[in-house]
Each structure stands twice: as structure tokens, then as C-alpha cells.
Design a protein around this ligand. Sequence first.
Ligand code: SAH
Length: 378
Amino acid sequence: MKCLIEKKCGSCKYINSSYQKQLDIKKEYCKKLLKDNRLDMYHVEDVLGMEHPYEYRNKIIIAFNQKYEFGFYEEDSHKIIPYDRCLLHEEVSDLIIKKIQSLLKRYRISIYDENRNKGLLRHVLIRRAIVSDQTMVVLVCNDNVFKGSKNFCNELIKSFPSIKTVVLNVNKRKTSIVLGNDEKVLYGKGFIVDELCGLKFKISPKSFYQINHYQCEILYHKALNLLNLKGNEIVIDAYCGIGTIGMIASSKVKEVIGVEVNKDAVKDAINNAKMNKISNIKFVNDDATAFMIKLAKQKQKVDCIIMDPPRSGSTKEFMDAIKILSPQKVVYISCDPSTQVRDIKYLAKLGYRSNVMYPVDMFPHTTHVETIIMLSHK
Ligand code: SAH
């Protein structure tokens, strides 16, 4: 399939290569990264790809210009690239955006102009729970008043009954960070519920949720298979988001402790554990490094660590605490192999080693790749 957007937004750098070729490029990238870092002992497995590498993104962030055209930002700029249909997400998301476009015009909702810091609507975020067919619409605005919101929402929902909630997110700051801190639920409960690996997860607007549902299941299964859990382990799920992988692991272990810095995600995680009737998991709202240092001071017994940090990777202090806690196994999931490689070099010095990297294609057509490394203490 070909990208239909005339002027490219820059996200799908590999769209003109066959999918197999894309997977090969990503594998070669991982191999080179390891080699350049003198980690020659590593073998890179074939990238686990998608059968149908389209319509996988469950979250989109759209901006409008003053002419009410919608689109993505051009790479490294705030210039909007208008589009009609993007193949990375389901068509329904584009249809919802088109409906919102017509409503914005009809309700005379002004569009935010960042140069003048004036106008109301900054972005629209759409999140889809693909298995349960539930949709969340977040209207990111420069004010907490959205006149006519009741009728606006009713019209939107009438056209798209899969929309279970509409949230007004207030962002008055002069920033390129999309979401502000304050929220007002305009319709529904303020969250949607998705199913992942057989469990249910509430997702609220600000929580992190893996954007590729299909590949996320493959990623988690791979990571948990590598851990080869026996049933008696105490597991840390560091950088746990809304608690997904820890909860999926919980039936195979004695206890899981999740740590996450985003307070909304931790709230979701606690609710998710209740909703799935999981009682051997607890969540701590803290910086992962600070939390690990505390655990190390308390001499907490830990058998396994699952770590899934953001693109910037982990910290030396986090890894020093791993050494003190001395779990047998650490499974490191990463959305940026370059910081993962930096970190596993440090972990090797602390006695945690591996020789296999498992890439998973979470983001077809883009240059990004997710990787798993299972380290054990030697
Ligand atoms: N494991 C989860 C989330 C991975 S994304 C999943 O698979 O869905 C990385 C997560 O790390 C995000 O939820 C982000 O909020 C969190 N995070 C970022 N910096 C952090 C820090 N210093 N301490 C704890 N969590 C952090």
C-alpha cells in the first residue's frame, strides 16, 4: 500500500520499502548498534513483524489550522500537513476527525493560534480501544469553557456510538507539550476500557498505553516467556504505565510491585488491578530510580525486574540499585535501542549479561523499533 498523503508528514520514512525490507533494515540497525558498542557477543533475532502492518496506531493527535484543515505536524515544525486518510490508524478515527471538523465550523469554535496565544482548540486526541471498540476523544483547549459542549458531544456521539467519553483537556501554557494538567469530562466516564492479553484495562487521557495493540501482545508474551516465571517470584515492574505487563505476569508469580511516575497512570493501574480481581500486585507513584534506591536500602527481596523506560532509557543509579537488590533476571524492554545498548553496557559491568536481542516491530513504516533483552546475573 502507498501513503495517500500528498505532502508527507515525515513519520513513515520506510513506507516506500517492502515490509520485509523494513524488517531487515531494523534488524541491521540493531546489529550495527551492538557492534559499534563492542557488544559483538550479541546475536539479533529476526524482527517480529505484523501480518497486516497498517491501521495499527490506536492513538492520534491532530491539529487544525485557521482554515479548519486538519493534519499532522510536519517533522520538526508546527506546520500542519493536511490529510484525508492516513493508513497507520483505523479509518474510523479519520471519519471522527472529519465530523469534528464540521462541528467546529458549525459551532464556530476558534482554533488556537500559538503565535498570538489566542483561540480555543489546540489539538484533538483520539484513542481507540480496538478489542472493545471504544473510542475516547480529547479536545485540548486553551480555556476550560467550551460553549455548546453538550450539543457538540451529543451530535458527535450520535454519529459515532463507539465514542464512550469526551474529555476537555485544558492547556493554557505556551508549550509544544500537547496535554495540560486540568481536565473536565464532557461526556461519559473520562476513560475507555480495552482488553489486552485477556485482561481489561481502563485508560485515561494522560496515561501511557502502548499504541500498537497487536504487537504489544507479542512483545509482552516474548518478554514474559524469556523470564520463564516459576510461581514464587517477587517481581518489580519498573516504568509500569497503567500496570499492563505486571498484571499479565501476576498470575505466574508471588507478588508484583509496579512503579510509575505519572500519577494518572498509577490511578488507572490501581483500578485495573481491582477490575481484574488481582490482589498480588501493588503500585507506587514514584520516580523509578528513587524507588529502587529505597528498596535497595530496605534490603527488599526481588527475584526479577521488568524495566520498560521511556526513550531516554534508565539511570546509572537505577542500575546500581539493581546490583544491590541482586535479582536473578532483568528483562529490559526498550523503545529506543540506542539508550538500551548504553544501559546494558553499564549493566554488564555490574554482572548482568545477555547475548540475544529480540526486536519487535511496534511501529511499521517508521524508523522506530522496540527491543527486548533478558539479562541474567553471571
Ligand atoms: N510498561 C508500560 C509503560 C512503558 S512507557 C507499558 O508497556 O505500557 C514508559 C513509562 O515510564 C511511561 O508510563 C512513563 O510515564 C514512565 N516514566 C517515565 N519516566 C519515569 C520515571 N523517572 N520513573 C518512573 N516512571 C517513569
